[in-house]
Write a protein that binds this ligand. Structure first.
Ligand code: PMV
Length: 312
């Protein structure tokens, strides 16, 4: 019978996390090799039903961490006045949750797309962002909208709080290796740790933020100049400064060190830190494989590789 499909991908922050909270720029990239797929069908049982790795059952009795999904299904149906027929929603996600990879936004994006596809409705990007950001506001206390933006688009973005997001082409002859430390990221805690440090050592933190902002601008230039070596160097500096802000930890540093030792052009934590993921820049696919192996030996649970020459 009739099916609707939707998909979305993961996201990473290439550079500028934490400083972005204080209105410095950050660069975010759609990490298209890690995906979410959603399939929607009419439900024979006659009530809305969800099938996913964390929960399978009626939509009305989802666990707390899926309340945003529940709200989103109803919001989508009501907003476009779709039929109230019962839906069977199958969510299949390769994106680990709580790693700063945008998993909740990506699931939401894929879900809205699948429901709209099922009802043959062609949704605009604007409508999609509006709906998903409402669901994200339920999942996270505060949301910048960055995750929604990147998981729904295949364009890299320079993001700054006070400005409109700015898309740019990325066409580098290099590979990004993403590694899951196996530990949940603790973005909220890390953000308040930075704030505490800022209250205690105002000038020191202001200098770090200023430097991170400069690295991000230089990284953008390196990308335009197609200079992976320079980008890698800046990523490593960025990590050193994040470390000074107190948002790295031993586990992340061990994985980062291993990738440096394996010959990476650069490496840093990505996202909120205190857990979560690490990103590494590699010169070629062969090096990316060597680095991925080294990161696993240093404790990474999983790695993914992304070719950076396809975002032109
Ligand atoms: O952990 P993520 O990918 O959601 O990123 C958090 C980024 C921070 O700059 C640390 C916080 C923020 O709200 O921008």
């Amino acid at each position: 019978s009739n099916c609707g499909y939707g998909h979305a991908h993961s996201k990473i922050i290439l550079m500028g996390e934490h400083a972005v909270v204080y209105d410095y720029p950050a660069i975010a990239i759609p990490f298209t090799s890690v995906q979410v797929r959603v399939k929607v069908q009419a439900n024979q049982i006659g009530r809305d039903f969800i099938q996913s790795s964390i929960y399978t059952g009626p939509l009305t009795t989802v666990p707390k961490q899926m309340e945003n999904i529940q709200a989103l299904v109803n919001l989508t149906r009501d907003s476009f006045q779709f039929d109230r027929k019962a839906l069977l929603i199958k969510i299949d996600s390769d994106i680990p949750a709580g790693r700063g990879m945008g998993s909740s936004a990506a699931v939401s994006v894929a879900l809205v797309r699948a429901i709209c596809d099922y009802f043959n409705y062609s949704i605009s990007d604007y409508q999609l962002h509006l709906l998903v950001n409402q669901a994200e506001a339920i999942a996270h206390e505060s949301t910048s909208g960055l995750d929604t933006l990147i998981t729904a688009s295949d364009k890299p973005v320079i993001y700054r709080k006070s400005q409109k997001p700015f898309n740019f082409p990325l066409d580098l002859n290099a590979y990004l290796v993403l590694a899951d430390s196996g530990m949940e990221g603790r973005t909220q805690q890390a953000v308040s740790r930075v704030l505490q440090l800022k209250l205690q050592q105002k000038e020191f933190v202001a200098e770090l933020m200023e430097s991170i902002g400069n690295f991000v601008e230089q990284a953008y230039t390196a990308i335009q100049d197609k200079n992976p070596a320079e980008l890698g160097r800046l990523m490593t500096y960025n990590h050193y400064y994040l470390n000074q802000l107190g948002v790295s930890n031993e586990r992340l540093d061990r994985i980062i060190n291993a990738s440096w030792m394996a010959g990476a052009l650069g490496a840093k934590l990505t996202g909120g830190g205190m857990g979560g993921c690490v990103i590494t820049l590699a010169e070629n696919l062969n090096q990316a494989k060597v680095i991925a192996k080294a990161m696993k030996q240093a404790g990474a649970h999983k790695t993914w590789t992304l070719n950076l020459n396809k975002f032109a």
